[in-house]
Ligand binder design. Structure first.
Ligand SMILES: *Cc1c(COP(=O)(O)O)cnc(C)c1O
Length: 421
C-alpha cells in the first residue's frame, strides 16, 4: 500500500477538511529547492515549506552543525541550566535584531511565540500595577492557532467557533495613504477609552492575508501613538524574519522599533521547530524584582533545545554569508523582471513584491471558478512546482538557494496555469 493510502487510516492533517480533501501527497525526500514524492515526481518548493527551509532542504552546512550538537548535548532543562548553543545564538541574534532588543525567551512555534509576547505585555502592565487588558490588532492579521494568537488574528472560518472565548481584542484597519488619519483617530480613541495593553502587527507584509503589503511610514504613525501611551508594541516577524523582505527583519524599515518581536519559521531553518520572543530592556526590567511573583512563569519543556539552537546558529551564519546575500539580490531582481512581464497578462489584476516575497492577484471572481485554490494548486503541482495560492492570490517565497533555471520553471508554471484558466 502507498504511503498516501496508509496515511488515511490514522492521520489527521492540519487545516484540512478530510471529507473533501482525503489525499495527501507523500514526500519521501527533499534536497535544495526540490521535493520528491513517493512516485518519484519532483516539485520545486516555491514557498520554502511555509517559509521555513530558506537555505534549502537538507542543507549540509546545517546538518553538520546539528549532527555535532546531537552528539554533544541533546537536551537539558532550560530552567536552572544553560548551554553553549543558547548563549551563542543569543549573541548572534541580538547582533542582527533591531538595536533595542536585549532579551530572548524560547518557545516551540510561531503561535507560542505570540502567546508569550501577549503574556509578557499583559504582565508588564500588571507588574507596574496598571490595569490594562485590551490588545489592538490589525484586521486580517494572522498570528497563529493557539488561544492568544488566534484571538488577535483576523476573524475567519479558522477561529470563528472560538470567538466567544477570545481574550479582549479590538481590530483596526491596516493603515494606508487614504485611511491613515481615520485609523490614527480610531486607534487613539481606543487607547483613551479602554485600558490598552498592547498593539500587535505583522510589519510590512501580512502573510496569511495573501501577502498584503503596507508602507513603513504608515504603520510607523500608529506605532508613534502606541509609544506615546506606553502601549506595548509587538512585531510578529514569524513570517517576515530572516531576509524575506529584503532586510534581515521587516522592522528595520520602520523607524519606531517594537518592544517585542516574535520569531519562528526560518529561525531554525526548517530543520527542527523553535521560536523566540525577544524584548527590550524596558520590558525585561518590569519583571526583574525582589518579589518572586513578578517573574515570568511561562515555560515549555523543550525551551532552548540545544539541537534547535544549533540549527538557528547555522541559519544565521548562512544568512550572513556572501553567497546567500548575493542570492537574495539575484532572486529579488529576477522576481522584479517576472513581475513587469506578468502584470501585463489580462488575467492579472496586480502584482506586488517586497524582497523575496512576490505576489500577484488574479483578475477572476472566486465563485465563478468554484474551488479556484485547488484548481491552481493542482495545476502547479502537475507542472512540477509547489505553490499554495491564498484565495485568488498566487505568491512565491522560494528558498534562497533556488537557481535561475528553477525560478524560470516557477514562472512558467504560473504563466501556463493562468493561460489555461
Ligand atoms: C505561521 C505564522 C504564525 C504561526 O506560527 P506557527 O509556527 O504555525 O504556530 C504566526 N504569525 C505569522 C505571521 C505566521 O506567518
Amino acid at each position: 500500500m502507498s504511503l498516501q493510502e496508509r496515511d488515511k487510516k490514522h492521520l489527521w492533517h492540519p487545516l484540512t477538511q478530510h471529507k473533501s480533501h482525503p489525499n495527501h501527497i507523500a514526500i519521501t525526500k527533499a534536497k535544495g529547492a526540490v521535493l520528491y514524492d513517493e512516485n518519484n515526481n519532483e516539485y520545486i518548493d516555491g514557498i520554502a515549506s511555509w517559509y521555513t527551509c530558506v537555505y534549502g532542504h537538507c542543507n549540509p552546512y546545517i546538518i553538520n552543525k546539528v549532527r555535532a550538537q546531537m552528539e554533544t548535548l541533546d537536551h537539558v532543562v532550560f530552567t536552572g541550566f544553560t548551554h553553549k548553543p543558547a548563549v551563542e545564538l543569543s549573541e548572534k541574534l541580538i547582533q542582527i535584531l533591531p538595536e533595542n532588543q536585549e532579551k530572548l525567551f524560547f518557545s516551540d512555534n510561531g503561535s507560542t511565540a505570540i502567546d508569550v509576547a501577549i503574556k509578557m505585555a499583559l504582565q508588564y502592565h500588571f507588574n507596574r500595577e496598571e490595569k490594562r487588558t485590551k490588545i489592538i490588532a490589525l484586521e486580517n492579521g494572522f498570528h497563529g492557532d493557539t488561544f492568544g494568537a488566534m484571538s488577535v488574528s483576523g476573524l475567519s472560518v479558522y477561529n470563528g467557533p472560538f470567538e466567544e472565548f477570545f481574550i479582549d481584542v479590538s481590530r483596526i484597519p491596516v493603515p494606508n495613504a487614504e485611511n491613515l488619519e481615520a485609523v490614527k483617530a480610531t486607534f487613539t480613541k481606543l487607547i483613551t477609552e479602554h485600558n490598552v495593553a498592547a498593539f500587535i502587527y505583522e510589519p510590512l507584509v501580512q502573510g496569511a492575508a495573501a501577502m498584503q503589503v503596507h508602507k513603513a511610514e504608515h504603520i510607523n504613525e500608529i506605532l508613534k501613538i502606541a509609544h506615546r501611551h506606553n502601549v506595548v508594541t509587538i512585531a510578529d516577524e514569524v513570517m517576515t524574519g530572516f531576509g524575506k523582505t529584503g532586510k534581515n527583519f521587516a522592522s528595520e524599515y520602520i523607524e519606531i522599533k517594537p518592544d517585542i518581536i516574535c520569531l519562528s519559521k526560518a529561525l531554525s531553518a526548517g530543520m527542527v521547530p523553535m521560536a523566540i520572543t525577544s524584548c527590550s530592556q524596558k520590558i525585561y526590567d518590569a519583571f526583574y524584582a525582589d518579589d518572586m511573583k513578578k517573574g515570568f512563569f511561562h515555560g515549555h519543556t523543550y525551551s532552548g533545545n540545544p539541537v534547535a539552537c544549533s540549527a538557528a546558529i547555522a541559519g544565521i551564519e548562512l544568512l550572513q554569508s556572501e553567497e546567500i546575500q548575493a542570492n537574495l539580490q539575484r532572486i529579488q531582481i529576477s522576481h522584479q523582471t517576472f513581475g513587469e512581464d506578468i502584470k501585463k497578462h489580462p488575467k492579472v489584476a496586480s502584482v506586488r513584491q517586497q524582497g523575496q516575497i512576490f505576489a500577484l492577484d488574479l483578475n477572476i471572481q472566486m465563485e465563478r471558478y468554484g474551488n479556484l485554490r485547488d484548481k491552481l494548486f493542482n495545476s502547479f503541482m502537475s507542472k512540477g512546482v509547489c505553490l499554495r495560492p491564498l484565495g485568488n492570490t498566487i505568491y512565491i517565497l522560494a528558498p534562497y538557494i533556488t537557481t535561475d533555471a528553477q525560478l524560470q520553471k516557477i514562472y512558467q508554471a504560473i504563466r501556463k496555469t493562468i493561460d489555461e484558466l
